[in-house]
Design a binder for this molecule. Structure first.
Ligand code: ATP
Ligand code: MG
Length: 577
């Protein structure tokens, strides 16, 4: 039997909410509860936990939970545990464990000595199971999973009691022992709590606590062939670790009575308080690990860390900073109401962060050659460029200038409309940090494609202004052809074309994949300064957006840059049209 109890999400209709920035400062309802618990003396020390299941990589939704749990611990000078909730051995692996650890660390959080695994508690959980049986509060049930489901009843109809419900504790102990010893086959029986088959909360109708699974576990190997279910494991793991506040998403609200029942019935010395908050939903993406895994397995993306995925590792590879993700989590806040956050909000947080910190450089993405016919053939000048227009402390750098340059093909038009202020036949523009140039001739290839421009420069305009006071309207970026660093640039767009790809009941979410979400440009020309870029270094390519050196595919002398985000929100402009 697969433990699906974690997946019974409610289907509430999304309400669009624009996040209130001022909320970031004010306390949320969970922090208010915690502050009261400290004030009243209920707790001297707060202990929270982040409990991922190692069945996939973490995504931006998990970041919300990480920032909440670790954030509260840090604010209260206390600790947050990292606990792997590893009770579904068939889907879990150490590869996922390691990826999750490195993602949490990268986000800037530290669990110190408090790294735990639910599987570390398997012996104790088993003993608690035995204890419940002895108390007459649990029984081994031989109905198969279909029968258990059929007899559970509905919201309007009470369930039926299992014929095995009133068996003696001695018999139950024997069967539970046989389950544990591998003497019974998978699916032949389960251990169920004896609660109330007529409870209005269906989760309380004798839920399954243990099932037989003859699957090897990433930590305990073949030691166990019974595995505890989520609802039994989670509360007891929280209790064992002395968690004070167990924070989870709203879909676990109905599980709370069961959480409390297990701890109350076993009369445990510590009883953590479960508090639910609204999960993070972002439009134009899917957020469940199951769906992300499908995208990976079916090759729709290059892996869990594909820069288009809203996984932590994807965002990291794309070039998002941990600060921007933390600031995003602050901005969206913590509430009780399901809502959707616009993708633009996430993009804006990284844009704001990079605007402050990323050095500016020049990179030509779609190059067009320019020959400056009146510039001496072997002359090279070095112009001085600022690394940040508003931060002189970030310094300057030298950029070589010579007779042959590359400019952006889109900065030239043979027959421009009136308001095109860039280069055109007979028109003059400023080359950033360098001279004014005027275009005199267009060279085309056999197919009529423009392959080169012949221009002249005005030597009097060094540094970008003319002594006679003549003005130009446009300034364009450029790269010296002789010195250019050739690079591959990857432009990304949203992975899906619709706001809610997984909410169409008739269609599979993959039908909404954006076929243009990745654009590879392998002949980009960058200023030589970028030859020193290190993996994960981030820059603003002036007028193009923010870019990050790819950590996987870059090679010495052959860099690959990922576009993190454009300079402006192009989707907002589209929506406004
Ligand atoms: P998924 O549905 O993506 O598989 P999950 O809830 O099954 O997510 P877990 O590894 O069990 O993934 O989650 C670890 C923690 O992260 C849980 O406490 C869970 O509530 C929280 N979490 C998961 N998704 C979100 C989300 N979208 N927003 C906020 N918290 C989330
Ligand atoms: Mg899950």
């Amino acid at each position: 039997m697969e433990d699906n109890s974690k997946a019974n999400r409610g289907g509430s209709f999304p309400v669009k909410e624009s996040p209130d920035i001022s909320k970031a400062e004010s306390r949320d309802f969970i922090r208010t509860i915690i502050a009261e618990d400290i004030k009243s003396g209920k707790h001297k020390k707060i202990v929270t936990r982040f409990p991922p299941e190692p069945n996939g990589f973490l995504h931006i939704g998990h970041a919300k939970s990480i920032c909440l749990n670790f954030g509260i611990a840090e604010e209260n000078n206390s600790v947050c545990h990292l606990r792997f909730d590893d009770t579904n051995p068939g889907k879990e692996s150490t590869e996922y464990v390691e990826a999750i650890k490195s993602d949490v660390r990268w986000l800037g959080h530290d669990w110190g000595e408090h790294l735990y695994y639910a599987s570390d508690y398997f012996d104790r959980l088993h003993d608690f199971g035995v204890q419940l049986i002895k108390m007459g509060k649990a029984y081994v049930c031989h109905l198969n999973s279909d029968e258990v489901r059929e007899q559970r009843g509905t919201l309007t109809k009470p369930g039926l009691e299992s014929p095995y419900r009133n068996r003696s504790a001695v018999e139950n102990l024997q069967f539970f022992e046989q389950m544990k010893n591998g003497e019974l086959i998978e699916g032949s029986c389960v251990l169920r709590a004896k609660i109330d088959m007529a409870s209005p909360n269906i989760l309380m109708r004798d839920p399954v606590l243990y099932r037989i699974l003859k699957t090897s576990h990433h930590r305990t190997g073949n030691k166990w062939c019974i595995y505890p279910m989520y609802d039994f494991t989670h509360c007891l793991s929280d209790m064992i670790e002395g968690i004070t506040h167990s924070l989870c998403t709203l879909e676990f609200e109905n599980n709370r009575p069961l959480y409390d029942w297990v701890l109350d019935t076993l009369n445990t010395p510590c009883h953590p308080r479960q508090i639910e908050f609204a999960r993070l939903n972002i439009n134009y993406t899917v957020m469940s690990k199951r769906k992300l895994l499908q995208l990976v397995n079916e090759g729709h993306v290059s892996g869990w860390d594909d820069p288009r995925m809203l996984t932590i590792s994807g965002l990291r590879r794309r070039g998002y900073t941990p600060e921007s993700i933390r600031s995003f989590c602050d901005i969206i806040g913590i509430g009780k109401r399901e809502s959707w956050i616009d993708m633009g909000v996430l993009e804006n947080t990284v844009r704001d962060d990079l605007n402050d910190h990323a050095p500016r450089v020049m990179g030509v993405i779609k190059p067009l050659k320019v020959v400056i016919t009146n510039y001496p053939e072997d002359m090279v000048e070095e112009v001085t460029a600022q690394n940040h227009p508003k931060k002189p402390e970030m310094g300057t750098r030298k950029v070589p200038f010579c007779r042959e340059l590359y400019i952006e093909a889109t900065d030239f038009m043979e027959d421009p409309p009136k308001k095109f202020f860039r280069l055109a036949p007979g028109k003059e523009v400023r080359l950033r940090y360098a001279y004014f140039i005027t275009c005199h001739e267009i060279i085309k290839n056999d197919t009529g494609e423009i392959v080169e421009l012949r221009c002249t420069y005005d030597p009097e305009t060094a540094g970008g202004s003319a002594p006679d006071g003549r003005k130009v309207k446009g300034t364009i970026h450029w790269v010296s052809a002789r010195h250019a660093l050739q690079a591959e640039v990857r432009l990304y767009d949203r992975l899906f074309t619709v706001e809610h790809p997984d909410m169409d009941k008739e269609k599979d979410f993959k039908e909404f994949l954006n076929p243009e979400s990745l654009q590879l440009l392998d002949n980009c020309m960058l200023e030589p300064f970028l030859g020193d870029a290190q993996p994960a270094d981030r820059y603003q390519f002036e007028r193009q957006g923010y870019f990050c050196l790819d950590t996987k595919d870059s090679e010495p002398g052959r860099p690959v840059f990922n576009r993190i985000v454009t300079l402006r929100d192009t989707w907002a402009r589209l929506a406004a049209k």
